[in-house]
Structure formats: C-alpha cells, structure tokens
Write a protein that binds this ligand. Structure first.
Ligand code: ADP
Ligand code: MG
Ligand code: MG
Length: 883
C-alpha cells in the first residue's frame, strides 16, 4: 500500500481531488505544487495510516517507515539538505490535516530536526546566530507542548521573568546569547518533567511528532469539534511533513495569512495580515499586532505600521499574482497562509475561506457575475442556515451610541446581554434564559461551549483571524476582537476601560460590524434584504420547484412573511388569535359554558373578531393561498388560572366563581396532548367549527370584494384519524360555505383538507383523500405520536440520546426520515392514488430545516411552510434540493 505522497518542485503525487486520502491541507499543498506555485517540498502521510493506527492498537503499517525515509530523501534532494545531517540539516514542520478543516484543533510543530549540533549549522548557513537560536527555542517549546505534553506556561514564565530582568518588552529584543541562556533553562524544564533530556535525535523527534498528530485526533478538543460539526471519527487525519522556510530570518522575512476576498464583507480585495520577523502561529496568536497587507486596508484602518505592499513590494506582487491564480483555479474565495524567507514568498496553505453569511452571498453573486461560476453554482455556495445571520438585527443607525471601546469588526451583527467573563457563566446565563456577552482576553477551543451560549463575543486581544473571530463568524455570532484598551480582571470579574469599570452582570451591546463596544442596551433594527441577498434569492426562486409558505396568524407575521418572500400561508393557527386583547374572556366563556346555547352566546362575541382577523390576513396575502386550521389545542390550555381570571369570566357569564371552578375541574385533562383537542372539538361542539367557518367565508367574500383579488381559503381540519371524522366536520364547513354564499350573493372558491399528524391518518390516507382536497403534514405532532415522545418533556433524554448516537439528531428539529418520513412518504403515495394530484405540504417546524426540506423535495411535496424568519432559508434550501 502507498501510505506516503510527496509534493514539491512543480509536481506532486497527489492532487486536490484526493482530499479524503491526503486531508484538506495535504491535497491542496499537492495541488499548489502541481500548479507550479512556490511550495516548500514535503510529503503527506495519508488518513488511512490514522485509521490503521487506531485499528491496530496505535501502531503503524510496517511499510510506513521505509516510505517515510524515501520521501525524506526526496525532500532532501529537492532542498539540497539531509534530515539529521549535522553540517547541512533539513528542517521540517509536522502538520496535521483532516478532510474538513478543523482550525486550531491540531497542533503544528515547526523547526523539527534542530538539536545542539544542527542549530549551529543553521546559524552558520544563515549567517545569523540569533535567528538559529530563536528557531531552536521555538522548536523546544512547541515540541515540548505538543509531543511531550509539557504546558506552555512553564516556558512562558521563564521567558517573562528573563525579559523583566533584562528590561525587554518584545521577543525580538532578545539576542542570540539571551536565547542560548534560555534554551539551557528550557532543557532543564523538560528534563525535570520528562526524567530524561530533550530528545536530540531528529528521527526520534520526527516519529514523536507524527505520533502526536495521530494522537491529537482523539484529544478532547478534536472530539468536541467533530461532535459540533458532525465529522465522523473514522475520517482520520493526515500528517504533512514539509521542509521549513523561515519567516523569522530578520527584517526581510515574515509570515502571514490572506484571503482572496474580504471574509467579513465579501468585497473583492486581497485581505489579510502579516508579521515581519515571525514564525507560524505568531499572527493568529496575537503576540504582536499584525500589519495590513494592502495600503488600502492600512489607510482604512488608520494604522501607522507600514503595509506589506509598501514594505515588501516584490513579495507583495508575487502574492497578488498567486492569489489570482488560486482563486481562478479553485473558483472560490481562498484563505491562504504564506511565509516570506529573505524576500522570497512561499505558499504554505490554501483552502476555501470561511466567511460570514453576508460575505458568502456577495462572493457567490460576484463570482457568478464574473463568470467563474454559474448562477446555479452560486445558489449552492451559500449555506441556507447561515442566512439566519443576515435576518438578524443590527444597531439602529439613529440610536445613541455610548462607545466604551473599539476593537476589530470580527463578525457582523449586533448583540446585547449581560457581561460574563468565562464560558461556564455564559452557559449558566443561557440556562437561566438570560442573554450574555462573553468577554475574554482571548478565546481558545475550550471556550467553544461558552461562545455557543453567548449572544456575542468580545476579546481584548487578537486580530481578524484570531480564534474568537474565526469561530464567531462560523457560528454567525457578532464578535468584536482585539479591543485592546479594555483591561480584564478575571479575579474580580470586572473589565475596565477609560476609567469606567463594568462588572459581571452589567449590560453591554457589541456591534460586530463596526467593532464597537457600547454601554447598555442599544436599539436594534431589522436587516436589509436588497442587493446580493435579493439577487441570490431570485436565482434560488428560479431553480426551485416547491413553493414556500409561512406559518403565520398575526398581521405582523404575515407581512414579515411576505417581505421574506412567502408565497402564501401554510398554517394559520386560529387559537393564537384567541389570546389577542380581551378575547380570551369570551373564549373562556365559550369553553366553560354549560351547554350549546351558552357556547353559542360566547361564540357570537368571537365571530366579529375572527372575521376581522381573516379579512386582514386575506388582504395582506392578496391572492395568495391561506390555509386556516380550525381550533386545535385542548380546551384545557385556555382555562383561567388565577382567582382574578375566574372572577372576570364568571362576571361576563353571569355565573358564580364556584360553578366555574367545578366546570374547569371537569375539563382538566391528564394528557391534553392526546386529549380533547383537534377535530374532536369540532365534532362534539360543532358550533365552534361553524363560527370559524362563517368567519372565514364572510371574510373571504369581504376581502375579495375589497381587493378585487381572488381569495381561496383552504380550511384545514386538525388531528384527524379517520375519514368519518373528516366527513362530519367537512359537512358543517360545506353547509356554512353554502349559507354564506347565499347570504352574500358571492361565489367563494375554497378547499377543505386535513392535517396528517397521527400515524393512523397516514396509514389510512387513501380513504381520507376521498374527502380531503389537500394534506398538510403536521410533522410536530406526527413526530410526537410516531415516536411516543412529548416534545415538551423530551429535553431530559433527547440530548443524551443524540450524544450516545442512539438517534442522529433531535427529531423535532430535523425530520426523522426513516420513521416519521416513511409515514409521510406512504401517506403521500396513498393520498395520490385516491386523488390524483392532491395538494401536499408540510407545516411542522421541519418546514424550515434544510435537511427536511430536501426530503420533502424528494417526495414531490408541493410546498413547505415555516416560520416567517425561516422563509428565506427555506427558499434557498428548496432551490438547492432541486438543483
Ligand atoms: P493550522 O492547521 O493550525 O493552520 P498549520 O499546519 O497550517 O496549522 O501550521 C500553522 C502555521 O505554521 C502555518 O500557517 C505556517 O505559518 C507555519 N508553518 C507550517 N509549516 C511550515 C513550514 N514548512 N515552513 C514555515 N512555516 C510553516
Ligand atoms: Mg494553517
Ligand atoms: Mg398538530
């Protein structure tokens, strides 16, 4: 078996398509090599070795050692050096690289191959002792941390103490002699922890590092990350061993990261940061504040530090040339890592760059306009779920801003909440239902859960590519990073800036689009839905087959739904209207009435309200279909609770509180979800359904007359389990429609259909379709009744079920396609067999979930209906499902 693939010198054994085998980093290093770009030579140990390693008690395939040695020889030949050669040593980096990028999850070891002998050869070759010992001390700390598991802080403390004694502020202040002294102390630290000296044999160093990369695949950070991003453990990681190039060789050397387009706004411009005389992670670690790459960005940021464009024009020109090649080749925005050694630019990584939703939209639309991708591809480039970020509030431009501090606009959008200083407090606040802003000096992978729990993230250190910035953008949470004027005091749980101290629990607002930290709760506003958003949505609408409707009952929801592009209402829950204003008294009167006459009196009071509601809905939805569901929830839910409420209803009915309480007792249910609800209400109290039908039809006649647009109400009967139920209710509805048409002298087009939300209804869909003109799959109830799980009581065990892998995902978020999905599929098929072309839709929570929408597309449903804010997500997901 071939376990090792080399790259370098304008060729490679691998290529970009081999990402599964070589990992993302390795595949792209090979591809860049094939493109003739300047890539330090190296080789990739495949992900299959990782799988083998864990399948074979953490041991390697026998051929591996020989293949690694041969690859090292090839790299040595290409660089004119030899690994372990005391006179002319080849130094390498050992880098992990999984299939899916796992930023910051695995650690890289640089300068491997250095020891007491080779460090002197390096000094001689470079003519720079300081550089050689700087590299050696970096190697010892990195290797000790990653491979020997000796924590960084042991070394940092020694370094900080040394700097204090010498009066140094920056690492670059240290001389070769200083580093030599420190290296002596570092080795002492290692020997104390390890019980033996720091390994001097390059072969031992190399295999130690390879083992550490494979080992890190199973560390807690990596496992947690995979869990959050649904990456299977079986994928494994590759290991890349690559000849070192040095960004720390003095003032003509540097290291940096760059994006081919702005990852925050999507603007087409080279965008990034770099650091002179630095190595590897220095840029992202926030040790020094990085410099801008372009003059334009430097001027925009008002920075006085020279840009790469001004400082290193040749390397800059080369970077511009290369980024153009990479973007055209990959046909997507790239995130690149590079190093400049003595003026020469080397590429160390490229991948599709993470971006905000806003940037994703703009980039997709502009790449299509530039002809690099098609409109359909552009539609596929935006993650529907990420649109959520754009549909969320930003700060009202007219609002007063009391700016406490400014940092970098690391992830857009605005958020407000109480200040917390650690992830545990963020989680606690979230659990208690309170919004919080997580404030940290910087974040690390240990903070992921806290970042999830917080509304927004604020850090005082780190750039646009710091951990906090990258992760926040991925999560779609507002983030301000590098707000350097803020001092955080973790011990006292306070932060201080400009003489103002903010304690834990105080409210802050952050504006991640402007990089501002604002005092108090600042007024926010709704998002802008024009520009690229509208363009991409237009392309999505062309591509999709399914219609998108909204679940809406208030005029506000209906209007929001239309602005977001809804093509009708798929579910109007009439009971929501019963809680409006003081109607609830009449509703309670109806419920608690002793007899039909009493109920009719109360219903008469409700009729005008309902009719007015429907007139408004039909008017807003002008000409679009509106599905109205008859009263569904158990009457139990409307019962008065407090003495006051009881007295109020008793007063309205002219009865005693005592009598009312007794009646309420009778209506009490043990399991209301399976109780007196749905069409059962309409069957036992037909006058309720009649009132609702009258309201619907009178409103339809009125709205049609007023607007001139046709109104086609779809009356939906909930919780049906047999055709007989539907027939009884339908007869009342039809009779009412006739009556209203005669009374008003108008013709009303309408349909009567049913929810399919009980397993029996799904099974008997063939009979039910004889009476039903449409089906709407109520997948919330259908999930509850199929799985026998009450959504309201599931929290205690659903989480653990998902963690243990018993079920893949929360079935109330993503449709259980195997179980509930089979019922839906079967009902669709049986319904269609009876009534050819029967209209089919879904109106559960799943109507807004991209995976479930894909499933609906595969069943050929006519529409999905979801909450107004998810309509754009559903439009895009439906388009992607259709492409
Ligand atoms: P990550 O996956 O965390 O980004 P990388 O393997 O990309 O880790 O390594 C981090 C950084 O280390 C790179 O961006 C680069 O600056 C530096 N680096 C890695 N390999 C080399 C090398 N061969 N020469 C010089 N620098 C390197
Ligand atoms: Mg990298
Ligand atoms: Mg239901």
């Amino acid at each position: 078996t071939k376990w090792v693939y080399t790259f370098g010198d304008g060729q490679a054994e691998g290529e970009a398509g081999m990402r599964n085998l070589l990992g993302g980093k390795g595949a792209n290093l090979a591809e860049m090599s094939n493109l003739g770009l300047p890539v330090p030579p190296g080789f990739t140990i495949t992900t299959e070795v990782c799988t083998y390693y864990y399948d074979h008690g953490q041991s390697y395939p026998p051929e591996l050692e020989g293949q690694v040695r041969a690859a090292l020889d090839t790299v040595g030949r290409l660089t004119g050096r030899a690994f372990g050669d005391p006179a002319n040593p080849l130094l390498v980096s050992v880098r992990s690289g999984a299939r899916a990028s796992m930023p910051g999850m695995m650690d890289t070891v640089l300068n491997l191959g250095l020891n007491d002998g080779t460090v002197e050869a390096l000094a001689r070759a470079a003519g720079d002792e300081r550089f050689a010992y700087d590299s050696y001390r970096r190697f010892i700390t990195m290797y000790s941390n990653v491979v020997l598991e000796i924590d960084h802080h042991h070394f940092e403390e020694v370094l900080d103490g040394y700097k204090d004694r010498k009066g140094y502020t920056l690492d670059t202040d240290l001389t070769a002699a200083d580093w030599k002294t420190l290296i002596g102390q570092y080795k002492g630290i290692v020997e104390r922890h390890l019980g033996r000296p720091f390994p001097q044999d390059p072969q031992e160093q190399l295999w130690g590092a390879i083992g550490a990369v494979f080992g890190s695949w199973m560390n807690n950070r990596a496992i947690k990350y995979r869990e959050l991003h649904a990456i299977p453990a079986s994928w494994g990681t590759a290991v890349n061993v690559q000849a070192m190039v040095f960004g720390n060789m003095g003032e003509t050397s540097a290291t940096g990261v760059a994006f081919t387009r702005n990852p925050s706004t999507g603007e087409s411009e080279l965008y990034g940061e770099f650091l002179i005389n630095a190595q590897g992670e220095d840029v992202v670690a926030g040790i020094r504040t990085p410099q801008d790459i372009t003059e334009r960005a430097r001027i925009a940021a008002g920075s006085t530090k020279p840009s790469m464009e001004a400082e290193m024009p040749e390397a800059y020109g080369e970077l511009v040339r290369i980024y153009g090649i990479l973007e055209r080749h990959y046909r997507d925005m790239q995130d690149m890592e590079f190093t400049i050694e003595a003026g020469k630019l080397w590429m160390l990584q490229t991948r599709s760059g993470k971006r905000t939703a806003k940037a994703a939209l703009r980039i997709a639309v502009e790449l299509a306009s530039e002809g690099l991708i098609s409109e359909a591809e552009a539609v596929g480039r935006v993650d529907p779920a990420s649109l959520d970020q754009l549909l969320h509030p930003t700060i009202d431009p007219k609002a007063d801003r009391t700016i406490l501090a400014t940092g970098l606009p690391a992830s857009p959008g605005a958020a407000a909440g109480e200040v917390v200083f650690n992830s545990e407090d963020a989680e606690a606040a979230r659990k208690a239902g309170r919004k919080c802003i997580l404030v940290r000096i910087e974040t690390s992978p240990e903070d992921i859960h806290g970042m999830h729990a917080a509304e927004g993230i604020l850090t005082t250190r780190g750039g646009m590519t710091s951990h906090a910035a990258v992760v926040a953008r991925g999560m779609g949470k507002p983030c301000v990073s590098g707000a350097g004027t803020i001092r955080i005091d973790y011990a006292n749980q306070t932060m201080t800036v400009g003489g103002r101290t903010v304690a834990k629990g105080e409210i802050l607002t952050i504006d991640g689009s402007m990089g501002q930290v604002l005092l108090g709760q600042v007024k926010m506003q709704e998002p802008e839905l024009s520009g690229e958003f509208a363009t991409l949505m237009g392309w999505a609408d062309k591509a999709r087959r399914m219609k998108i409707r909204a679940n809406a009952e208030t005029p506000l929801d209906a209007r929001t739904a239309r602005t977001f592009g809804a093509e009708g209402i798929g579910l109007c829950r009439t009971e929501h209207m019963f809680f409006e204003g003081d109607r609830i008294v009449a509703v309670r009167e109806m419920i608690l009435a002793e007899d039909e006459a009493g109920r009719r009196t109360a219903l008469a009071k409700l009729l005008p309200y309902q009719r007015a509601d429907f007139v408004e809905l039909f008017t807003i939805m002008s000409g679009l279909p509106v599905t109205i569901r008859l009263l569904d929830p158990p009457l139990h839910e409307f019962l008065p609770h407090t003495e006051e409420e009881i007295a109020e209803v008793a007063g309205a009915m002219g009865t005693s509180a005592e009598k009312l309480k007794r009646r309420a007792q009778e209506l009490h249910e043990f399991n209301p979800m399976l109780g007196f609800r749905g069409c059962r209400l309409a069957i036992l109290y037909p006058e309720i359904a009649e009132m609702q039908a009258r309201a619907i039809f009178e409103a339809a006649a009125e709205a049609a007359k007023a607007t001139g647009a046709p109104v086609t109400p779809e009356v939906m009967v909930p919780l049906v389990m047999t055709k007989a139920e539907l027939d009884l209710v339908k007869a009342r509805i039809d009779a009412m429609a006739q009556a209203v048409m005669t009374e008003t002298g108008t013709q009303i087009e309408y349909q009567v259909g049913t929810m399919i939300e009980l397993p029996r209804a799904a099974l008997r869909a063939g009979d039910i379709a004889e009476s039903a003109e449409f089906f709407s799959f109520g997948t919330n109830d259908l999930t509850q009744t199929t799985l026998g799980i009450s959504r309201d009581d599931a929290a205690s065990f659903l989480g653990p079920y998902v963690q243990k892998g018993i079920i893949e995902a929360d079935p109330f978020v993503t449709l259980d396609q195997e179980g509930v999905g089979e019922l839906v599929s079967l009902a669709a098929e049986r319904g269609r067999r009876t009534r050819n072309g029967i209209k089919l839709g879904i109106c559960g929570e799943h109507g807004g979930d991209p995976a479930s929408i894909r499933f609906c597309q595969s069943l050929g449903l006519d529409y999905v209906s979801c909450s107004p804010y998810r309509v754009p997500i559903a439009r895009l997901a439906a388009a992607q499902a259709a492409i």
